[in-house]
Design a binder for this molecule. Structure first.
Ligand code: BGC
Length: 759
């Protein structure tokens, strides 16, 4: 007892407070001469079994609810657990005063005074809401993506959060799946760059800094491939597809130094991810060398029973910890069941200790032992949350995400002195929906509405008529007449249609991915007036827009842009910003084409002709009878208010040894009258391999700015890594042979050259 007391005095010294001194810092964190590993070992030696499993148990806090366990008000229900050292942290709650109170209990009243983690889903901004991740991927601008995550981290840490359940990097080829909104789309290369940029943005290069937090890459693994696009559904895929398409972004996050990782809800090839030894122990830890901490998803340890493995609390607990899931989110099984398993020798103490070490190490890396209150600084909360600087940053990022899908007869940009404009649709004045999915920390009245954005841009003389027309959900057409009426009075109609915030994100799969409710009917009714229409789409997935594409002259994909929505859209509508976004996902013609993606395989019978040829007779080729194989809008697609002309793909050699570097270049010219940015995209195709290869794979891109008439030589380099893949024996490497190199404006409009890789 005496020893413990003495140790406590030495280790934690005086009480912790905001104005903690250097000397006090040294005493609370133990001997500063010691390495983190040594400090962790010393602490581990002192811990009881209960305290150890406490460090592995994470619980949902009050106020925000993102799963089946509901809490409605801040409460003191965690006080005892914290005091007893039986909880490692609280998630999805915020506010410096409340979190400070909880932290104080942990570091003053618990036996070992281990500080708490405060987790949250800060997916696209805290109170300054940034564009949804899918939108940001459409910017193809990694500086903007990184800056966005920095803004989010600065605000979240100011409000007490030190552990962020982001980035979500799940690749998906299925826009029915609602969580497509939270990721970077369908491509492993783009997805990997975005994953790394987000980790850099959240974590910076110093995890102990007060404005950085531990990122958590999720959901490991392949959560984005549920059968039928239905949320939480079964995933079954070959190891080749897993490694080539789905795993690269998680790996990129690990390589970027991500501190933590979250398992996924789905089973993969028969084994739920949370108890999946192959994923966690083999791939993540052994192959990739990940040293950080792995947390389960919400009750996913418990849900393994429902999947139909294990059969008991004890069995799934053992499966999860032995597979490498260190922390239990909200299932409470590590707290309640794990001690018994360890005592009875069913789970080895070393397995438990490994996980505890990882958690303690994380807390050390965040600097929580030195200053447990550094993230709960009320003054900083006031200053940083919704700061002017963040709002300026959010606008800059938001406008870069907008994709111009169609612009017939240069209807866009509109003139600021336009005489009259009708703004119609459920999003015309709405603010709340613009925050989008995962925006618990946002205020519903803070986004700039589309009306407000437009009002600020147009001349004083411009008359703006506004009508809702319909809502997202009901079948009522009662408000159509008013909308038609104002459309008739206006020079141009701007339609604001799309999805509400709950229509994408978690638990928001849809089988019909056209405009919900009667919005398409409203659009058709307005179209019948004969007025020129600009369609502004707000949504969190690729949508089916065949009628819209055929009939509406100008379409802007604005995704869901957050706080600065109205301002960003107005900049593009009126030409202050020339749109430069490119689709990070393929837009299908109809749901029946899903999964549809640009990097498909050739098959033995690929069909490239006119699908209509098929009408009255049978053609034994890989095609549909009713629509072409091609998508409505391909991956990488997006127009500009100017035009770009691509020259020839120039290679510095026609043949290259596997360890050499291929230098290639292409001349790109702005042939229009406005300055504009272009994303120059580079794809390759390996024509013959020991296994079949996709018809195209993105291997590079450059976003360049060109003045009117200006021409630039855009250069790329390709090395062995770019030509490598999982060969027949699953080893990773390049094979000699013929390749095609493509460069161009989107995945379907490319200049090509051929070259040969030799041994
Ligand atoms: C989601 C996770 C999220 C967690 C905590 C789960 O339902 O799948 O992405 O981080 O809830 O809110």
């Amino acid at each position: 007892m005496k020893v413990i007391k003495l140790w406590l005095v030495l280790l934690f010294g005086l009480s912790l407070s905001v104005g903690i001194t250097q000397a006090q810092n040294a005493s609370v964190s133990g001997n500063n001469e010691l390495s983190i590993d040594e400090k962790v070992e010393r602490l581990l030696d002192k811990m009881t079994l209960k305290e150890k499993v406490g460090q592995l148990s994470l619980n949902v806090g009050d106020v925000i609810n993102t799963g089946p366990t509901v809490n409605t008000k801040p409460s003191n229900k965690f006080d005892d657990l914290i005091r007893q050292g039986r909880v490692t942290g609280i998630f999805n709650t915020h506010g410096t005063a409340y979190l400070r109170r909880l932290q104080k209990i942990a570091v003053e009243d618990s036996r070992l005074k281990i500080p708490l983690l405060f987790g949250a889903d800060v997916i696209h901004g805290f109170r300054t809401v940034l564009p949804i991740p899918l939108a940001e991927a459409a910017s193809w601008d990694m500086k903007a993506v990184e800056r966005s995550s920095q803004i989010a981290a600065t605000e979240a840490t100011a409000a007490g959060i030190n552990f962020n359940f982001a980035p979500m990097v799940d690749i998906t080829r299925d826009p029915r799946w609602g969580r497509i909104a939270e990721g970077a789309g369908e491509d492993p290369y783009l997805g990997s760059l975005v994953a790394a940029a987000r980790v850099r943005g959240f974590q910076g290069d110093d995890l102990t800094a007060p404005n950085t937090l531990a990122a958590c890459v999720k959901h490991f693994a392949a959560y984005g491939a549920p059968h039928g696009g239905r949320e939480y559904n079964t995933v079954d895929m070959s190891e080749r597809m897993l490694r080539e398409i789905y795993l690269p972004p998680y790996k990129a996050a690990v390589d970027a130094g991500v501190a933590t990782m979250m398992t996924s809800f789905n089973e993969l090839n028969g084994i739920p991810a949370t108890g999946n030894d192959f994923l966690l122990n083999q791939i993540l830890r052994k192959e990739w060398g990940f040293q950080g901490m792995v947390v389960s998803d919400w009750q996913s340890i418990l849900e393994m029973k429902v999947h139909g493995v294990g059969g008991s609390d004890k069995a799934v607990t053992k499966m999860a910890i032995e597979a490498g899931t260190d922390m239990d989110m909200e299932a409470n099984l590590y707290r309640d069941v794990l001690p018994g398993l360890v005592k009875n020798g069913k789970v080895n103490t070393e397995v438990l200790d490994k996980s505890v070490r990882r958690v303690l190490k994380l807390k050390h890396k965040l600097g929580l032992f030195e200053d447990p209150y550094k993230y709960t600084n009320a003054e900083r909360e006031k200053k940083d949350v919704m700061s002017k600087e963040h709002l300026v940053g959010a606008l800059d990022i938001a406008k870069r995400c907008i994709v111009l899908l169609k612009n017939q007869n240069k209807l866009l940009p509109l003139k600021k002195d336009i005489k009259s404009l009708a703004l119609i649709g459920p999003l015309a004045k709405n603010k709340q929906e613009l925050n989008g999915t995962w925006s618990f920390f946002a205020r519903s009245n803070e986004p700039v509405s589309m009306l407000e954005g437009i009002q600020k841009k147009v001349s004083k003389q411009t008359k703006i008529y506004v009508a809702e027309g319909c809502d997202f959900y009901s079948d009522s057409k009662a408000k159509f007449a008013e909308a038609i009426n104002i459309a008739k009075k206006a020079e141009v109609v701007v339609m604001t249609l799309g999805e509400s915030a709950v229509m994408n994100g978690e638990a928001a799969s849809r089988t019909n991915i056209g405009l919900p409710g009667v919005q398409l009917e409203l659009l058709k009714a307005i179209h019948a007036t004969g007025k020129p229409i600009v369609l502004l789409l707000t949504n969190g997935r690729a949508m089916c827009l065949s009628w819209e594409d055929k009939n509406i002259p100008a379409i802007l994909e604005t995704w869901t842009l957050g706080t600065q929505t109205g301002n960003a859209i107005a900049e593009v509508l009126f030409g202050d910003y020339n749109p430069s976004g490119k689709l990070p996902v393929t837009f299908p013609r109809n749901v029946g084409q899903i999964p549809i993606y640009y990097n498909y395989k050739h098959t033995g019978r690929l069909y490239k002709g006119d699908y209509k040829e098929h009408k009255s007779r049978r053609i034994y080729l890989s095609k549909y009878r009713d629509v072409p194989n091609t998508p409505l809008y391909p991956f990488g697609y997006g127009l500009s208010y100017t035009t770009f002309k691509y020259g020839k793909v120039m290679l510095d050699k026609k043949q290259m040894k596997i360890n050499e570097t291929l230098n290639l270049s292409i001349q790109v010219k702005n042939t229009g009258k406005r300055a504009g940015e272009e994303v120059v995209q580079l794809y390759i195709r390996d024509l013959i391999g020991s296994v079949t290869r996709p018809v195209k794979e993105l291997k590079g891109f450059k976003k360049i700015m060109l003045k009117p008439g200006e021409s630039k030589k855009v250069q790329f380099q390709l090395t062995k890594k770019d030509f490598s893949f999982y060969r027949k024996d699953m080893s990773f490497g390049a094979e000699a042979g013929q390749f095609k190199i493509f460069v161009g404006t989107n995945s379907a409009d490319l200049k090509e050259a051929t070259f040969e890789l030799i041994d």
